[in-house]
Design a protein around this ligand. Structure first.
Ligand code: MF3
Ligand code: CO
Length: 260
């Protein structure tokens, strides 16, 4: 498969989206606390995105009913914001995106709610680092299988599970474009990475078994064993030697002071 790389002008528009997404995640992160509902987090995100001149691209996407996915504990991804009240010890993956000037943004971060136990802190730290291991492999000359292999070998070395049913993706004028970017794979296999290719890498990692099922609402993905799962996602552009980040966690980790 040949994927057309983005022009520098297009990459700048994706970067504008990535910036709003990064700031929105930080804004939501500041509000994550025991006693807050995930619907309140959705409202904060939607307001912030619109105040910055963008549109929440999840809202209405294939009928999706909200601006964010808020996936708590054993929910891996695509949790609907609800009246569920976050409590101390929960974890919540916030996934959100924007549409601005015809281009998309899409990133996610799993936040601890108050203090979480040591095993869960490790799940968060390892999942986040597995994303950065994947990003290290997102360079010209490598293939999507190298990204997947980097994520998988890192996460599995800690005994965690790698969800196979969902994957990262290209991003541009559509939120989901080719190529698919699996979180597992074999080095040297898959789609060739070229300069200017813009992709979202998004490991979904489980504390226990990697098996998942789709909830009756047709969207939310849960672990079969109901153990926790974490999810982090960034948008990057493939370059020679080192990928460039189009979204980042700097705003989150400066403002929110996440401890793990
Ligand atoms: N952001 C998700 C992804 O990373 C997609 C969310 S689906 C939506 O691919 F319907 F909620 F938008
Ligand atoms: Co995505």
């Amino acid at each position: 498969m040949i994927v057309t790389p983005r022009t520098e002008e297009e990459i700048e528009l994706l970067r504008e989206n990535g910036l709003i997404v990064s700031k929105t995640l930080a804004e939501v992160g500041k509000a994550v606390a025991p006693g807050v509902t995930t619907k309140e987090l959705d409202r904060i995100a939607e307001t912030f995105i619109r105040d910055h001149g963008a549109v929440p691209n999840f809202l209405g996407y294939e009928g999706y009913p909200a601006s964010i996915c808020a996936s708590v504990n054993d929910c891996v991804v695509h949790g609907f914001p609800s009246d569920y009240v976050l409590k101390e010890g929960d974890i919540v993956s916030i996934d959100l995106g924007t549409l601005l000037k015809g281009y998309n943004g899409d990133s996610a971060y799993t936040f601890p709610v108050g203090e979480v136990d040591a095993e869960t802190r490790k799940l968060l730290a390892v999942t986040k680092q597995s994303l950065f291991e994947g990003i290290k492999a997102a360079v010209v000359g490598k293939r999507t299988g190298d990204i997947g292999h980097a994520v998988q070998s890192y996460a599995e070395s800690f005994g965690f599970g790698v969800v196979r049913e969902l994957e990262g993706h290209g991003i541009g004028t559509d939120m989901h474009e080719k190529p698919g970017v699996p979180n597992y794979g074999r080095p040297g296999h898959g789609v060739k990475l070229v300069d200017g290719m813009t992709i979202c890498i998004e490991p979904m990692i489980t504390a226990g078994d990697r098996s998942v099922y789709v909830a009756r609402n047709g969207w939310a993905i849960h672990t079969e064993d109901h153990k926790n799962a974490a999810h982090y996602e960034l948008t990057v552009v493939v370059r020679n030697g080192k990928a460039e980040l189009l979204s980042n966690y700097d705003y989150i980790e400066d403002g929110y002071n996440v401890k793990f």
